[in-house]
Design a protein around this ligand. Sequence first.
Ligand code: TXA
Ligand code: MG
Length: 326
Amino acid sequence: MNAPGQIDAALARLRAGEVVAFPTETVYGLGADALRARAVERVFALKGRPSNNPLIVHVADIAGARRVVADWPTDAQMLAQRFWPGPLTLVLKRAPSVPTIVTGGGDTVAVRCPDHPMALDLLRAFGGPLVAPSANPSGRVSPTTAAHVSAAFNERDVLVLDGGPCRVGIESTVLSLVGEPTILRQGAVSASQIADVIGRRPRSGADASSAGALPSPGMLPSHYAPAAQTILFDAHSMPREWRDSPRHVTLLALTSGESTSPQTRGPRQRIQMPSVPDAYAARLYAALREADRGDESVILVERPSAAGELWDAIRDRLARAAAPRA
Ligand code: TXA
Ligand code: MG
């Protein structure tokens, strides 16, 4: 189907209260009418997502955002003007029109305008806000291609719009503007870039939770996790026990050379990861999926050590992929 045909089919589904997966610049989202509680319930059910974990409301522009929030502070206006469409989600006070199922029962709502032509076409044609969590079963690795989404959901339940591979590859930065500006999830828009716009550095989620505020529920330690056992190691120190393992071992390598060639007894695979952070982020989730051969397999990840805020966001995702399951 051509792009306009796909959008028409998606609109029909959305208007019937059904679920449509669509591409964004970060990852694919599982979209539904944000103002219809029954449609949003379908998204929670399909993902197997706990009902206290709120969804991001996607909008076509600033005007769309203002319709789902109770107030629109100057910081929000400046940040949206600078970074939208783009990978920055703003948490603000919820407008009464937003069903509480969207917000996990809370009085704040997360909102963002995605930077992908297909997402923007869909939002404009739909004419209202769409919830869109990442289009993966809860706790699993986010999808960065249409095929990743189709592998997880039945086409009768979810129509998948194919907009090619996602450019950014990791989920949006989530910034709360309720109280002191606080980053709840790191992403491609960095704390320094935010500080440049609002004139002060946002706090990090870690400071916020030590100060007693509730962290973002999506920030539970084990998240973005492959089925395979995932292990991080520093450059040139690949854990010995995996060198001679009969299990299927895949190495996500950063450096090249002898110390990072897996000399295992069992089946093995080596995936060379890009050395620049933008390309690494864009490749990460697809690489984790290629490496994942189920819960008997092992993924060894050479931890990037370079300084940089996008590398920090990548390290955050890697730590979650390797965290023990709850
Ligand atoms: O890049 C993205 O943001 C992607 C694409 C599809 O837009 N979406 C995404 O959605 O990552 P999801 O549902 O997988 O992650 C949303 C995150 C979760 O950590 C959730 O807890 C947090 O945003 N969140 C949503 N609403 C919130 C709120 N009102 N207060 C605090 N955190 C919120
Ligand atoms: Mg997610």
